[in-house]
Design a protein around this ligand. Structure first.
Ligand code: NAP
Length: 430
């Protein structure tokens, strides 16, 4: 028997498990520090994007087989170390994602009310680490920094009416806070221009159909229309949306302004964020942004920085500091230790990008471990955890937690998520 541990039960973890389980004589343990599986599908993908979240049914199919086991509520690093895992398993695959925000390194970034997207997204999605975040929504202005899909998610969630969350699984504390929100003017700040956005067309197009909010683009920021021809088709569609927003300004009570060529240089306020100082930029021949010295001010009671994520380092595991990910040769970190998904390649791509990534790492693992080295695997992990009084949450337990979440949902919502580890465990009588 060959034994593989995957650390992290998000898309990269389950796609890797899906590929590995097709092999003979293999037992795969998917370990997660939370009692609930699916990582970013549960706590990253926007709650009003249920069709994307539906991919979890596919991972459930993987989890419900005999050769893949979910080992929840076990923290690698405290309950069990990486060295212990590599002793117990033929291969250990780190699918830990990139849960930390890249730091916003400007003066004032530490003021209350400046929040990274990992925390803000975790808050509205019910991640236990961020359930008590309580972001300030009492001022009309918000600055969202970054021109990627996460910035779009954050702006859209801030702009939606309670009715627009019908059918979503946004958690109760976020629904209540957003329905009482004073936010009226959202600025999405991009340090470069419309041709340099990292926003996909479907997500951008959604902003054009919001009940009480209208996207606004300054036509002066748009390049000549003929220049769109050199863009790849997806980008061209995205830029077409921006052109439509510029051409058809719609007056609605909430505005979402795209501030292009706009680099935040300082955040100011008396005890909490009150304003963002923004410097106008130009691009050089390599499309890098440079400040022009000209600044303007945005009044904002909340700043959400959506400038990318990083993987936290693990002592003893080689790490690329500049890239915020584990150092690996195409996924091979050290003998017996691998990385997959965002932990391997950094925070880029969609959920689906992890499928070929998982398949490739599974191939490498199977190539390297041969018929296995007679390691203890599952039984060894169980014995070690029992000796430490750590009781893992099984997939069957998770299904009871999920059933309780579904039963608690009202008004056509798919589920009412538990937002603390204690509440999740209470649902299974612990
Ligand atoms: P992203 O796509 O890498 O975008 C990060 C943005 O932050 C870029 O516009 C970047 O600008 C900007 N930025 C970086 N450092 C900055 C700084 N110091 N000051 C100002 N701006 C800065 O990252 P993301 O939005 O976090 O998304 C992560 C991944 O998840 C992406 O692959 C995304 O497509 C995916 N995702 C997909 C969906 C979906 O499909 N619905 C939803 C959410 C996320 P520069 O280009 O100038 O560096």
């Amino acid at each position: 028997m060959r034994h593989v541990a995957i650390v992290g039960s998000g898309p990269a973890g389950y796609y890797t498990a899906e590929s590995l389980q097709k092999a003979d004589d293999i037992a795969v343990d998917v370990i997660d520090r939370l009692p609930v599986p699916y990582g970013l599908i549960r706590t990253g993908v926007a709650p009003d994007h249920q069709s994307i979240k539906a991919v979890s049914r596919r991972y459930e199919g993987v989890a419900l087989t005999d050769n893949v086991r979910f080992v929840g509520h076990v923290a690698v690093g405290s309950d069990v170390s990486i060295d212990e895992l590599t002793d117990l398993y033929d291969a250990v695959v780190l699918a830990t994602g990139a849960p930390h925000d890249r730091p916003l390194e400007i003066p004032g970034a530490d003021l209350p009310g400046v929040i990274g997207s990992a925390a803000f997204v975790g808050w509205y999605n019910g991640h236990p680490d961020f359930a008590t975040l309580d972001p300030p929504l009492d001022a009309p202005g918000v600055a969202v920094i970054g021109n990627g899909n996460v910035a779009l998610d954050v702006a859209r969630i801030l702009a939606k009416t309670p009715a627009e969350f019908a059918g979503s699984d946004i958690v109760a504390h976020a629904r209540d806070a957003l329905s009482a929100s004073a936010v009226r003017h959202i600025h999405i700040l991009g340090r470069r221009g419309p041709h340099q956005i990292a926003m996909t067309p479907k997500e951008l197009g959604e902003l054009g159909h919001l009940e009480r909010a209208s996207p606004r683009v300054d036509p002066a920021d748009l390049p000549a229309e003929g220049d769109d021809a050199m863009l790849e088709p997806g980008m061209r569609k995205s830029v077409t949306h921006l052109r439509q927003f510029a051409a058809n300004p719609i007056a609605k009570p909430v505005t979402i302004d795209f501030d292009f060529f706009a680099m935040p240089v300082a955040i100011e306020g008396d005890g909490r964020v009150q304003r963002v100082i923004v410097e106008r930029t130009t691009l050089d021949a390599d499309l890098r942004s440079h400040g022009t010295g000209e600044t303007y001010t945005i009044e904002a009671g909340l700043v959400v920085s959506c400038i990318g994520y990083q993987t936290p380092p693990i002592p003893g595991v080689p790490y690329e500091h500049g890239r915020g990910r584990f150092a690996s040769d195409e996924g091979r970190i050290l003998p017996g230790l691998y990385a997959v998904g965002w932990a391997r390649r950094g925070p880029s791509g969609t959920i689906g990008t992890n499928k070929p990534d998982g398949a490739r790492i599974a191939e490498l693992v199977l190539e390297d471990i041969g018929r296995g080295a007679g390691k203890a695997g599952r039984a060894g992990l169980d014995a070690l955890l029992a000796s430490r009084d750590v009781a893992p949450v099984t997939f069957r337990d998770w299904r009871r937690i999920e059933a309780a979440e579904v039963a608690a949902a009202l008004d056509g919502r798919p589920r009412e998520k538990f937002t603390s580890v204690e509440a999740m465990l209470a649902a299974i009588g612990r």
